[in-house]
Design a protein around this ligand. Structure first.
Ligand SMILES: Cc1ncc(COP(=O)(O)O)c(C=O)c1O
Length: 360
């Protein structure tokens, strides 16, 4: 079996894989409600969020479903969101706004650029009508970890504008300051830093903000978080959920907790990523960003001179490693390496050995 160094789905641990085989149950029976309740509570526990102020809503669907549910369920008809773009996923937030006719302005940056705080401040000053700011935490397009501390400080300065955070590729492994950043919703998924399987995603919502949204008309039927919250809070689910995927997510959350939570996971990821960064540097392949601007989850690297992505990918795959292409035009210039999942430091060392054979 290949070692997956793509940003999810991840190599599963045996205990998560075995959880997929638990008994068949009906999503309208108490057994499923217990499972859903456990997942909802455990998701809050990852960041020690009190259930008096926060709720998690679990959806059947990939990370994009959680992003779309967050955007459509939080920005009211008369609201307006500033969307910060510096990669594919920021641009996806804009596509969601366009698709649903959500009033928005865009603060665009080229993929990988640092978010320009001076430009952000002038947008916040000029647009005093904004109800929300939407931003991606870890922009997986390039591996840049956006500086949400600084962005949130500006949002707080201008009318305490609440943040909608795409944490699809950071939840469970990077710090997320829910209260200090004035987050009202945070979208994430089961099959990245939590090490579950694809098919379940979730939104952590601020309860007070959800109460306000209950008074405004829904923009979508299937992704309406108000409806989900009412149903899940009363021991139900509006629609059929992916039960086996939920089993795996529950087990993955137990495993995260048994292993010491997100802080330890972050340390593990950094240990693996440092092996990759330092090993590739010795082959004259320098990571795209300095360590303090990079996520622990995924880094991008320039393609070695004279080797196309396809060639590098295929040779590495024969050696047992699946890497990830750059998106769009970046396919010609970079490749990405992630270190999520049930993999080890020695897998990363073997990856470097395989790279050395290809490059030298
Ligand atoms: C930051 C970010 N947001 C959203 C998504 C979309 O997730 P999915 O492909 O599960 O719909 C991804 C996927 O890689 C991502 O990295």
């Amino acid at each position: 079996m290949a070692i997956l160094l793509n940003p999810g789905p991840v190599v599963l641990s045996e205990r998560v894989r075995q959880a997929l085989l638990k008994p068949d149950i009906c999503h309208r029976e108490q057994e499923f409600i217990d499972l859903q309740n456990k997942i909802r509570a455990d998701l809050l526990s990852v960041y020690d969020l009190p259930a008096t102020q926060w709720a998690s809503i679990v959806l059947t669907g990939s990370g994009t479903a959680a992003m779309e549910a967050m955007m459509t369920s939080h920005i009211p008809v008369h609201g307006k969101v500033l969307i910060i773009e510096n990669g594919v996923y920021g641009e996806r937030l804009t596509s969601i706004a366009k698709t649903h006719g959500i009033d928005h302005v865009v603060l665009h940056h080229a993929w990988g650029d640092v978010i320009d705080l001076a430009r952000l401040e002038s947008e916040l000053q000029y647009h005093d009508e904004l109800s929300h700011v939407a931003v991606v935490h870890h922009e997986t397009t390039t591996g840049r970890l956006n500086n949400i501390d600084a962005i949130a400080a500006l949002c707080n300065k201008y009318d305490n504008i609440p943040i909608l955070l795409d944490a699809v590729s950071s939840f469970g492994a990077e710090e997320i300051k829910f209260a200090a950043w004035n987050i009202v919703a945070c979208a994430a998924t089961a099959n990245k830093c939590l090490h579950g399987v694809p098919g379940a995603s979730f939104v952590i919502v601020n309860k007070a903000a959800m109460t306000q949204m209950a008074a405004t008309p829904a923009r979508t039927l299937y992704l309406d978080l108000v409806r989900y919250l009412q149903s899940q809070d009363t021991g139900g689910t509006p629609y059929t959920q992916s039960i086996q995927v939920f089993y795996a997510l529950a087990e993955a959350l137990d495993e995260l907790s048994d292993n010491g939570g997100w802080v330890i996971r972050r340390q593990q990821y950094w240990r693996r990523m440092d092996i990759v960064r330092e090993g590739l540097q010795q082959l004259n392949i320098q990571a795209s960003f300095a360590r303090d601007a990079s996520s622990c989850v995924l880094n991008s690297f320039p393609l070695p001179a004279g080797i196309s992505y396809a060639e590098l990918h295929d040779k590495l795959k024969s050696a047992g490693f699946v890497i990830y292409a750059g998106q769009g035009g970046l396919v010609k210039s970079l490749f990405r390496v992630s270190c999520m999942g049930e993999i080890s430091d020695s897998d990363m060392e073997n990856f470097i050995r395989a790279m050395r054979e290809i490059v030298l």
